[in-house]
Ligand binder design. Structure first.
Ligand code: COA
Length: 320
């Protein structure tokens, strides 16, 4: 048995910022951003908090699953941008949705967060500890973005996504996760806790070596996908969809090329949301689910990659 996705939900903030608005802040333009990243606009949380977005996505996932909050035994929230250090965002979601029987904690695995949250819930299921879980990923990256840095401010957006999991899938798939702390310098954001008055600097915003991250993703993600397939004795042809972290269209197109797969098996919605870190995969999954693109029994390979560096993948059989 393994974790089946029984319902999905998502939330995107009301305020939308297009590339032309960014061009008013830094020296850039719509064509450059579209060509280099595929991004046209992003949602920015002006009034919403990370935990509010997480709770809204969670409520929508419960509704989609037809599940009651009391059924949930475990809540994992993946985030790197909660406004709260304590209590954890998962406890906030628990309170908001009334999931009073759930054990709750957060993880920070950056853009791999949602996939790793799924892997953890699945491992708890395999150990016999829980059989119903809610996994949520929510980010307010706009709060960590230096809006004077054109290397980064063109990329990121805010939002949340969630999935209800039940231990009902017939076949168990093994996940793969890798990390390379040695390359952590390529994408950093310093905590503001050690901030002395007046010492606020760029280190307290997301700082990124774009080319290093690009090379990492294009090399490691195809390797990851092949490893997930091999470990589970699944052929590439059996995969209906590669639901990937929505970082950049050029990264996803390069991964598809490396694997010799058609680009249409790599759905994208980054045009509308930008890179929402851990939230990008469940935002896309929810969109595909609600559009009726996913058929029962289809195998979906999910893969996240990003800061840490971390990269993680798994296979889910669609069961709705
Ligand atoms: N608008 C216009 N010009 C820009 C620009 C911007 N926002 N940012 C950089 N440029 C300029 C540079 O100054 C440079 O000009 P020059 O050739 O005159 O020196 C030129 O464009 C190329 O810069 P470069 O940094 O080489 O661009 P790139 O092709 O590497 O694209 C990224 C930059 C950030 C889009 C790309 O590196 C990338 O997508 N990396 C991965 C980032 C990512 O996905 N991070 C999250 C992972 S989870």
């Amino acid at each position: 048995m393994s974790a089946a996705i029984c319902g999905t939900g998502s939330y995107a903030p009301d305020y939308i910022m297009d590339n032309n608005r960014i061009a008013e802040l830094v020296e850039t333009n719509d064509d450059w951003i579209k060509e280099r990243t595929g991004i046209r606009k992003r949602h920015i949380a002006k009034t919403e908090t990370t935990t509010f977005m997480a709770s809204e996505a969670a409520k929508r996932a419960l509704e989609n699953a037809g599940a009651e909050p009391e059924e949930i035994e475990l809540i994992i929230v993946a985030t790197l941008s909660s406004e709260l250090i304590v209590p954890c965002s998962a406890c906030e979601v628990q309170r908001e949705i009334g999931a009073k029987n759930a054990a709750c904690f957060d993880i920070n695995a950056a853009c791999s967060g949602f996939v790793i949250a799924y892997n953890m819930a699945d491992a708890f299921f395999a150990a016999g500890q829980y059989s119903t879980a809610l996994i949520v990923a929510a980010e307010s990256l706009s709060k960590l973005t230096d809006w004077t840095d054109r290397n980064t401010c063109i990329l990121f957006g805010d939002g949340a996504g969630a999935a209800v999991l039940k231990n009902t899938s017939d076949r168990h798939y093994n996940s793969v996760t890798h990390s390379d702390g040695g390359k952590g310098w390529a994408l950093t954001c310093k905590n503001r806790l050690d901030l002395e008055e007046g010492r606020f600097s760029r280190e307290h915003y997301i700082d990124m070596n774009g080319q290093e991250i690009f090379k990492f993703a294009v090399r490691r993600v195809p390797e990851l996908i092949r490893e997930v397939l091999q470990k589970n004795k699944v052929e590439q042809e059996e995969i209906a969809w590669y639901v990937m972290h929505q970082a950049n269209c050029r990264i996803l197109e390069a991964v598809a090329r490396h694997l010799g797969e058609p680009a249409m098996k790599f759905p994208m919605n980054l045009q509308h949301y930008g890179n929402t870190s851990s939230a990008s995969i469940p935002l896309l999954l929810d969109e595909m689910n609600r559009k009726g693109m996913l058929k029962k029994g289809e195998k979906i390979l999910m893969a996240g990659f990003g800061a840490g560096l971390t990269w993680s993948g798994n296979i889910v059989e669609w069961s709705i």
